[in-house]
Ligand binder design. Sequence first.
Ligand code: OKP
Ligand code: ZN
Length: 348
Amino acid sequence: MITFYNHAHTLHQGKMEMFRGQMVPCFEVPARADHVLSEIVARRLGTVASPQPFDPAVLAGIHDPAYLQFLEHAWDDWVAMDPANKDHDALPSVWPNHGLRSDVLPENFAARMGRYAFDTGSPLTSGTWAAALEGASCAVSAAHHVFDGARAAFSLSRPPGHHAGSDFFGGYCFLNNAALAAQALRDRGMERVAILDIDYHHGNGTQQIFYQRPDVFFASIHGDPRTEYPFFLGHADETGAGAGVGCNLNLPMPRGTGFKVWRVALKHALRRVLEFRPQALVVSLGLDTFEGDPISGFKLQSADYYAVGEDLAAADLPTVFIFEGGYAVAQLGVNAVNVLEGFERAAA
Ligand code: OKP
Ligand code: ZN
């Protein structure tokens, strides 16, 4: 399987995130992607390629122009507020929530940041835009490769994407790579595409983007938002709206869920995906379902990820893998490549 690797990922390197009233070191670190890359090389999964330059018009199919403008200029605007800001990352501290207005965009950068962010855990840095943009191009390249006939492709990039919506960032995510991959397949002419999100956290951004669309089916297996991040979306009764009614499937599971039970949900999600009759599958591949993950609560073991890959291959769809979360850094490479190798063995 070919891997499109984001060589620019290290440009995004947040220092601290806000967690329960304190600044703590970021969980989403560059070493994550490095470990996956070395495992791919060590186990000879296949070619590692740089992405093709991509038409920025793809971005406009998923994200609001004003949000993209905000992201592109955010770092310069942050430093323009106060030259001393260049020494620390940007985080929001005020939100247009609870009856406040979000229809008038403030000029003040700190306020605009609150307009576009939904948490204080996602530091925006000098290289965030450059890294995220190159990551988007990895996702689109992987989608195009699959459109052109490959059985599967892997987009290996960070920051992740599935919490980013049409006009918001959060959960370490800025541009929604999985959504961009699905859109790239749609733009090339596929009529129906499915996204299956197996990250521990609900892909609230991806759900929001496609919630009213009948052409992209979104399914997600995740920690129950009653207790797990992102808390305010991902319940089982969210099934789509308007033209998208029936095209959204959430399978929340309690903390502590192990592979046997989780796999039943995976097979159920795949059945629903196939009922949609998609021409391709985009997998939001988070590995934070691992028992050793420091911020998550499922109990999958490294060997289980082979079976995950086999189950995904059994759907028999052209498949684009998009790297999302996973914070047990030392085991992340093994777990990710186990999925991809399990897929390849079963797909052969
Ligand atoms: C991103 B992805 C940790 C608190 C949780 C947000 C988690 C975002 C996960 N101290 N912070 O879905 O893996
Ligand atoms: Zn996650």
